[in-house]
Design a protein. Structure first.
Length: 302
């Protein structure tokens, strides 16, 4: 019985794109907040232990120390929210972060990522292995066919079994919204994922043609708000895929503040899934501090 007023959602999304860009200290503050909410990600077929180690070092030191000192933020313990990798690279990430002496959680994609087109038994085994390797957060992906064919109870049961397989690990459920067919399906899938025990709902795998967009973000956040009103349980939100600029990151933060409130603006309830976003944020902070943009060699690679 769910109905989504698509024209109204699209109009609201277009209004969001016209929000004024922040400048000066407020911009720097929002950018540092965004850094703490990033799931710093590498999901490439050529990932190796060395590039995962480099990613983990960047996760602990996301912004150059001298820039943080200039902003008087060097002693605030600013790190990214998590490091996200494939299950086969979880052990590398856990060991690298342990050697660096930090407690940043490792997140692992699982459950047939990114297509979801693997048997349920295989999905559950993959989740359990990732947890066994040391992942404290699991990003599962739903079977889109269950949504497109209206098998809502089947979707609920599948996510429940994934939740059980995660054990103590936090579970983020990827809806792959670009492949669900309609905003009404996005809303229904969001509610079912939360009812089945998801700690977060996430827009995309980053591998779809259409990833995180403001219309689906609005619909998912309205579902989170409704679920909170009905149950008193707060579920996190994670836009992912295609978020590459500092301006986009700030807009997502402002949208979360408008739709869900300030209490959702913490790494416990909001994450940004991104691989290249951190580079642009550090570039913008460099410009704020020095008045010029950094040369290629002046900022460390993620």
């Amino acid at each position: 019985k769910v109905y989504v007023n698509r024209p109204a959602v699209v109009r609201h999304a277009e209004h969001i794109k016209k929000w004024k860009t922040l400048r000066g200290n407020p911009q720097a503050a929002w950018l540092l907040k965004a850094v703490t909410c990033i799931d710093l990600t590498t999901l490439s077929g050529d990932d190796t232990p060395s590039n995962v180690q480099r990613l983990c070092f960047k996760a602990k030191h996301p912004i150059r120390e001298d820039l943080l000192k200039a902003l008087d933020m060097h002693d605030k313990g600013i790190t990214v929210g998590a490091v996200c990798v494939y299950p086969a690279r979880v052990t590398d990430a856990v060991n690298a972060l342990k050697a660096a002496g930090c407690n940043i959680p490792v997140a692992s994609v699982a459950a047939g990522f990114p297509s979801g087109q693997t048997p349920l038994e295989t999905k559950l085994a993959e989740i359990k292995l990732a947890v066994e390797y040391g992942a404290r957060e699991i990003d599962i992906v739903i079977s889109r066919s269950l949504v497109l064919t209206g098998q809502w109870e089947g979707l609920y049961e599948e996510i429940c079994q994934c939740r059980k397989a995660c054990g103590e690990a936090h579970m983020k459920t990827i809806l792959a919204t670009g492949e669900l067919g309609s905003l009404a399906n996005v809303y229904k899938a969001s509610m079912i994922a939360m009812m089945a025990g998801s700690d977060f709902i996430k827009t995309s795998t980053g591998k779809e043609v259409e990833n995180a967009t403001f219309p689906v973000g609005i619909v998912m956040m309205r579902a989170i708000k409704e679920y909170y009103w009905q149950t008193g349980n707060k579920v996190g939100f994670k836009p992912a895929g295609g978020i590459r600029t500092a301006k986009e990151a700030i807009t997502w933060l402002m949208l979360v503040k408008e739709e869900l409130g300030v209490e959702w603006l913490t790494p416990d309830l909001f994450r940004l899934g991104a691989s290249s976003l951190l580079g642009d944020i550090e570039q913008q902070i460099f410009y704020h501090v020095t008045g010029s943009y950094a040369l290629q060699h002046e900022l460390a690679m993620a």
